[in-house]
Design a protein around this ligand. Structure first.
Ligand code: ZN
Length: 465
């Protein structure tokens, strides 16, 4: 979808092609784009195009008596031809000029719009008059006051055309990345200084994009589409899982109110998600509890599963369906130990149960991350991190390793009724293979205090990273 710089480029090119040309005829193959127009496109016959202006992403053709307001939306494109050429598959409208040249309008998806108004109706055109000022016309104080009166994530706010016109999804990502500001920050919490940084970057980035788009004017060939789209300069948009150009952290992408947001969690201060992974009884829960006691936000998949077993009526019904009444305690609640026993010998039922529970836990995990997006770092403990393929939700993975003899001691301390079964369940986690995928490893081979010290050292490192 073309954004302000692309539309500005199209405007500039159009002025080099059609300014001061008189429309002799309008050939309409599909008037879908003009279906809401106040006047039919035919009224433009005999009118001269004085200039093509732009407001936001709208092109404004100024004619003798009329204005033609054109929005390209997704796929609208103008093609200028010096002579009549065969229609393209999606040619919708052709403006024929009295000097024998033509302007074709193509639109494969038919989302573009064309609306004709009388010149003196300009101030009453709803689409244009509701538009806010462009970054170039706004002061930081004006923008700051507008932001203060709204409670919306800054990323979504930048897309509100009635507040600030001309910024679409691509440039909003670029502007916030350049400003090193979290896209999830509420716009009414931004300082005047932060608003200033955003505004200055908006101007800088849009001008640069216009300049680059403008360079296509020189290489412009009449038979090529005038869409001016440029991709090479983008640093954030579309860069999910690519290293940040400033700090090498992998760029992340989330959905926010139905639109994608791409950002660097480090540069833009968005919560870094650290997954803690380890063998059974390796001390990973101890580590998670320690972090929680230090005030960090933590998520334990095991705790969530326990909670689901207790509260989720559908899960209980599913367990009875899978394992029979045998999986219930005498109080009618789910007996996790019985289920553990049943699945260790039945791979199929284990998979069936996991396939049922995993989406429920994942839903809780995603909302946990979303709710804590303003934290510096948050910790999640997922025993089946790699098996469930949730490792891509984490920015960092901390592995907790433990020597076998200590692991057995821990299991004994837990009063494990069946150590070999617990170890068997554990071996199926393929921990050692997954260990290689962890970014850092803590070996839990000493006292509790030594473990805490190792976690402190890790924290210092991760907070600096
Ligand atoms: Zn970065």
């Amino acid at each position: 979808m073309p954004e302000l710089p692309e539309v500005e480029t199209v405007r500039r090119i159009l002025n080099t092609c059609v300014q001061n040309k008189r429309i002799q005829d309008v050939l309409i193959y599909d008037d879908h784009m003009a279906k809401n127009s106040k006047y039919p496109l035919n009224v433009l016959k005999g009118e001269k195009i004085h200039v093509v202006d732009r407001k936001g992403k709208y092109l404004i053709f100024r004619l003798d008596h009329y204005l033609l307001i054109s929005h390209l939306r997704m796929e609208g494109k103008y093609y200028y031809h010096e002579k009549r050429v065969e229609n393209a598959p999606h040619t919708r409208i052709i403006f024929c000029f009295d000097d024998g040249t033509y302007l074709y309008y193509d639109d494969s998806r038919r989302f573009g719009t064309m609306d004709v108004y009388l010149i003196d109706e300009e101030n009453n055109i709803p689409s244009i008059s509701s538009l806010g000022k462009e970054p170039f016309q706004l002061t930081k104080e004006e923008l700051y006051n507008d932001f203060k009166s709204h409670h919306l994530e800054i990323k979504s706010m930048l897309l509100c055309q009635n507040i600030i016109a001309g910024i679409g999804n691509i440039y909003a990502d670029e502007i916030l990345f350049e400003s090193k500001i979290s896209p999830f920050k509420m716009c009414d919490t931004l300082t005047l200084n932060e608003v200033d940084v955003i505004l200055e970057n908006a101007k800088k980035i849009l001008l640069k994009a216009i300049d680059l788009g403008g360079s296509t004017i020189r290489s412009y060939h009449p038979s090529e589409g005038i869409d001016g789209l440029f991709q090479e300069e983008l640093k954030a948009y579309g860069k999910e899982n690519k290293p940040c150009i400033h700090c090498n952290t992998l760029m992340r992408c989330h959905m926010l109110h139905g639109r994608s947001v791409t950002y660097c969690p480090t540069c833009q201060n968005v919560a870094k998600v650290v997954a803690i992974y380890g063998k059974i009884a390796s001390g990973k829960s101890t580590v998670l509890n320690y972090l929680s006691s230090l005030g960090y936000k933590t998520f334990s998949a095991d705790k969530e599963v326990n909670d689901l077993y207790k509260k989720d009526f559908h899960l209980k019904a599913f367990c009875i369906h899978l394992f029979g009444e045998a999986c219930l305690t005498r109080f009618g609640t789910i007996n996790k130990n019985v289920i553990k026993k049943l699945i260790v010998n039945d791979e199929n039922k284990k998979i069936e149960l996991e396939n049922y529970i995993h989406p429920l836990v994942k839903k809780r995990l995603i909302s946990f991350i979303k709710n804590n997006i303003y934290e510096k770092v948050i910790f999640i403990e997922i025993p089946l991190l790699f098996e469930a393929k949730w490792d891509d939700l984490a920015d960092e993975i901390l592995g907790i390793d433990i020597p076998l003899d200590l692991q057995i001691t821990h299991l004994k301390k837990r009063k494990s009724k069946n150590i070999s079964r617990d170890l068997a369940l554990n071996s199926s986690l393929k921990f050692n293979k997954n260990l290689a995928k962890c970014n850092d490893i803590i070996v839990n081979d000493g006292s509790l205090d030594e473990l805490y010290q190792k976690v402190d050292t890790y924290l210092n490192m991760i907070l600096r990273k």
